[in-house]
Every structure is written in C-alpha cells, then in structure tokens.
Design a protein around this ligand. Sequence first.
Ligand SMILES: Cc1cc2nc3c(=O)[nH]c(=O)nc-3n(C[C@H](O)[C@H](O)[C@H](O)COP(=O)(O)OP(=O)(O)OC[C@H]3O[C@@H](n4cnc5c(N)ncnc54)[C@H](O)[C@@H]3O)c2cc1C
Length: 382
Amino acid sequence: MTRTLILGAGFGGLTVATELRRLLGSEHEIVLVDRRPDFLMGLRKLWALVGLGSLEEGSRSRGTLNQPGLRFLEEEILAIDPAGRAGQTGSGWIAADHLVVALGAEPRPDLVPGLAEHAHNVWDQAAVPGLTDALSQLEEGRLAIVIAGVPYTCPPAPYECAMLLDDHLRELGLRERIQLVVTTIQPLLMPNAGAAGSEWLGQQLDARQIEHFTGRKVERVEGDRVIYGDGELAFDLLIGVPPHRPPPVVAQSGLTGEGVWVTVDPATLRTSHDHVYAIGDVTMIKLANGLALPKAGVMAELEGRIVAAAIAAEIRGEDPPAAFDGQGFCFMEMGKTSATLIEGDFFAAPEPRIQLRDVSEAHAQEKHSFEAERLERWFGAG
Ligand SMILES: Cc1cc2nc3c(=O)[nH]c(=O)nc-3n(C[C@H](O)[C@H](O)[C@H](O)COP(=O)(O)OP(=O)(O)OC[C@H]3O[C@@H](n4cnc5c(N)ncnc54)[C@H](O)[C@@H]3O)c2cc1C
C-alpha cells in the first residue's frame, strides 16, 4: 500500500487529504498531522469580533477525519527529512512515498518591537476574545489597524476588518466618537490588485470615513503610540497585523534553501526533492511583476488539488495533471452585509490581471457559503 504524509491540516493539507481520498479510495494510506485538534478559518476571527457568529460555529474537530485509509494525528512536527520523505513527531519518524508540506505561515509580532505587548493580533485565534473584550470597552478615541510587516496572510483582511468594524461601530452608535485608521508598510493598499485596485479600495475606505496611509513602516510600538520612521500615531486601541514567517521546523528542514520560504515549481508545486511537494502559505511563488502570490486559503486549496491529482496520477501510472495556472479569487467583505469578488490571473505578465466585481449582498452571502461548503467537503455535514 502506498502512503502520503501530509504535514499541516489547514486549507492546503485538508484539500490534499480529501482529494486523494476521493481519487484513490481507502487502498491508499493518508497520514495527516497537525498540532491543533480543531480547524477554523481565518475569516471567522473577523466575524467573531463584530458579532457575526462565534468561533465555535466555524470550528471542526480534526479527529472526525479518521476513517479507514485516512489517519489524523494530533502531534507537533518536530523535524522534516525531505530526502527521506519523512516527518518526526513525539512518537517517532513517519516515512511515506509522497510528502506534502502544508504547514502555513506564523504571525511573528516579536519581529516588531512593542507589537506583541501593545497590539491585539487578530491573526491569532487566541487573541480574539481579548480584542472583543477591549472593543466592547472602547467608547471613544482612535482605533488603529496597522500592517506592521510583510508578508501577511490574506492581503485584503486588514481592510475587511476596518470595514466590518465601521459597520459594527455604526450599529452601536459609536462611530461618530471612534476614529478608524489603517496604515500599511506597503506602497499601495493592495499591491497585488495594482494601482487601480488600490485606488478603488482607497475610495471605498474614504466613503466610510476610514483614514488610510501607505508606506508607513512601523519602527516600534510604545504604550499608546505607533512610532514610524517618519512620525507617530497615537491610539486608544491597536490591532497589529504582524509579519509572517514559516514555522521554524520548515526552515530547519533545509526546504527553504537560502531564502525564507519554500520555493517550488509554480506549475507543479514540487520542491527540489523527489516526491516532496509544498503548498499554501509556507511557499513563495514569485509573480511576473516581482511580487509574491498572495497567501490565501483559496490558493492553498487550488494548489492542493493539483498536488493530489499529481500523486494520484503517478500512483495509477497516468499522465500528470494540468499545471497550476495561478487563477484565483476571494470575496472581500466591505461591511457586515456586502462584499466584492476579487478574481483574476495572478500568473499573467507583466502584471497579474485582477478584476474587482460589484459590491453586493450576494457576494457577502457567497463568502458565507465559501466557508460552509468547505467545512462540509472536508468534515461532512453536521
Ligand atoms: C483574519 C483572516 C482572514 C482570512 N480570510 C481569508 C479568506 O476570506 N479567504 C482566503 O482564501 N483566505 C483567508 N485567509 C488566509 C488563510 O487563512 C490562509 O491563507 C490559509 O489558511 C493558508 O492555508 P495553508 O494550508 O497554507 O496553511 P494553514 O491553513 O495555516 O494550515 C497550516 C497548519 O499547519 C499546522 N502546523 C504548523 N506548524 C506545525 C507543527 N510544527 N506541527 C504540527 N502542525 C503544525 C497549523 O496548526 C495549521 O493548522 C484569512 C486569514 C486571516 C488571518
């Protein structure tokens, strides 16, 4: 019996496991490892913050994935041996015929002095209750959202957060007394959406009286002030989006080579080791304009489909699947009941060809369906 070892059971790892199971049945063994017992999408953290449902409603137990031919292990990956296609947990080494590294990216507030101490990190599930509590006590002043480093997962999410908070504070009758500000280290609000997309987003923020500033590099955070290279911003409540890095076990494995992220063949998601793939946030795929492919769940999922199809084809002795084409989409929330659809061809040259569709309630509903459909596909109904 052949075996695939999947490290990480997030968007990417769950897709590979589900697709492999569908394509090969229980005759092929899948071992899926993750340190956390439950899965939760990032979007839930923002929804929980503004009262659009709870974290629990979007959580699913990975233990329910266990079935003949598919084993979920709730363990920490301590080491990866790409040459041996193996991963080490506290119970020992697990070797496989195919290895898929889908360990994601970790928020690293420690890389910006004072960020961990003074900012709420809504990118970390554990920080959501504390921020919700702090928000409920805020009655006036300045609420700042600061993108303090790159890359970070889900490029539109800080702006979604601002627009959801705008709606939320209006509902509470507090918006007149609470100023909302977003600052980013990047030269454009959303570089992957280009100058036109970023300008459009700026207009959307202006229409909601959300102040926004680009090119603002955070040097440090002190008490109630963000210190930039060229000025400072006082705040009453701070949401900090930290820079992200791969989990240390990935860097220690040698898979990142001389760089920070795992580099892969963008068409096949293969690493430099035979039968070893890497997908999702842990990778760095450079686009024609020099920017990186956005770190988004939908990308990890699309890549996971390609990898599962490639492994299944190889095991069955069939031709490899079509290449990953960089076509992706995401629904960007513009408030509690409206969203736009961002979609396009990220591999286009010389720039990604990205379209921003109409802002509508239908797109907001599709975002909720996006979560529901995947939870059902991966964990079953109920
Ligand atoms: C606020 C917010 C909103 C978002 N909204 C969207 C959205 O609307 N649409 C979208 O497409 N994307 C969204 N994203 C981004 C999305 O969550 C990520 O891009 C996606 O999860 C990446 O998938 P992945 O499989 O690469 O990694 P992950 O889903 O992060 O999975 C990696 C897994 O590896 C595990 N792991 C890491 N290290 C170890 C270890 N040493 N041992 C064991 N297990 C380990 C982790 O526990 C984790 O479960 C959002 C993110 C945030 C924070």
